[in-house]
Design a protein around this ligand. Structure first.
Ligand code: SF4
Length: 325
């Protein structure tokens, strides 16, 4: 018998999987990539955890489906930032159910704990998600099972309900106890949770959709650098350090020019290809302002195939006026 687990790499979803594996059931850990979560470190961490508990890890990419169905028109609205948690969970369960059917697995599990998150993990929201994803009865939540109605897996005796937990609320005491009892280690999860819950990232998306259609290829652009909106509507992204410059350099997105300062070291930047001439000149000034250029001298910046010249602003404050954040 196999169960499909929705796995985030966090403590609760790991413990939930282990509770089921310990009952002799195979678990396929599915991590759903919306485009706004996993970093490379987190993926490595998830693999380590799955090796420890004895589950196979599978990453399922749903970026495009997520933008189309969930992010911009969530039926149940947003949390504090751009996070449509209820719709997002429903989408994840629907995807997990698809995998369950394709794999011939018998039921689904998740690490959700009743009352742990105000928007998405209260009893009503948890029920809504089941209804919306058509997973009622199929989804077992081992961490809170004892305070929820029995699911098919419990009713049919595939899983011994008595060996499941009845955890509620935000207190993590019982989870830490379980962690010790199960002998799991190296549990420090690397940072970098869902970017949609991040206030600054949410502001960048909000700004973006006022000017442009948001596509999968734009996600990477939003993740790095200083973001500026110029007066005629162009977007300028400027690397703030070596790592960001390298990251920007590697982005392939036909909406943007890659820029390079000439004769003086400078940051890597991206500028909207549809920028007006005035925005292009302003972009040149701004990019130069983040170099050691002398404001009284003229320098060149190249934009994939053409060059513009300008002088830097006297102070960075003048450039920072256009920052989105
Ligand atoms: S925090 Fe992010 S990944 Fe998690 S449910 Fe909310 S929107 Fe989805």
């Amino acid at each position: 018998m196999t169960a499909i687990a929705l796995f985030s790499g966090g403590l609760d979803s790991t413990l939930a999987m282990k509770l089921i594996i310990d009952q002799g059931i195979e678990v396929l850990a599915v991590n759903i990539n919306t485009g706004f979560g996993s970093t490379k470190e987190r993926l490595e961490h998830m693999q380590k955890i799955c090796n420890q508990v004895g589950a196979e890890l599978r990453i399922i990419d749903i970026e495009s489906e997520y933008l189309q169905d969930v992010l911009f028109d969530p039926k149940y609205g947003y949390g504090k930032n751009f996070n449509p948690c209820i719709d997002c969970h429903a989408k994840m369960f629907a995807v997990a159910k698809r995998i369950m059917e394709a794999e011939g697995a018998s039921f689904l599990i998740s690490g959700e704990v009743v009352g742990q998150r105000p928007m998405s993990q209260n009893k009503d929201a948890m029920q809504t998600v089941l209804y919306e994803s058509n997973c009622d009865g199929l989804l077992l939540r081992p961490m809170s099972a004892l305070c929820l109605a029995p699911t098919i897996a419990e009713e049919k005796g595939w899983v011994d309900r008595e060996k499941l937990e009845g955890i509620t609320g935000r207190n993590r005491e019982r989870q830490l106890e379980l962690l010790q009892e199960m002998g799991l280690s190296d549990f420090e999860s690397p940072g970098g949770g869902c970017l949609l819950t991040d206030e600054n990232f949410s502001k960048k998306i909000f700004d973006f959709i006022q000017y442009d259609k948001f596509e999968v290829k734009d996600i990477l652009v939003l993740k790095t650098g200083r973001h500026l909106r110029l007066p005629d509507g162009a977007k300028l992204v400027v690397g703030r350090n070596k790592e960001e410059n390298e990251h920007l350099q590697n982005i392939k997105n036909d909406k943007y020019y890659h820029t390079k300062t000439i004769g003086i070291p400078g940051p890597h930047a991206l500028l909207s290809k549809n920028a007006s001439q005035a925005d292009r000149v302003l972009s040149t000034k701004i990019i130069l302002t983040y170099t050691k250029a002398k404001p009284e001298e003229i320098y060149f910046v190249s934009y994939d195939g053409f060059q513009l010249n300008a002088s830097a602003f006297d102070t960075r404050d003048e450039a920072n006026k256009f920052n989105i954040l």
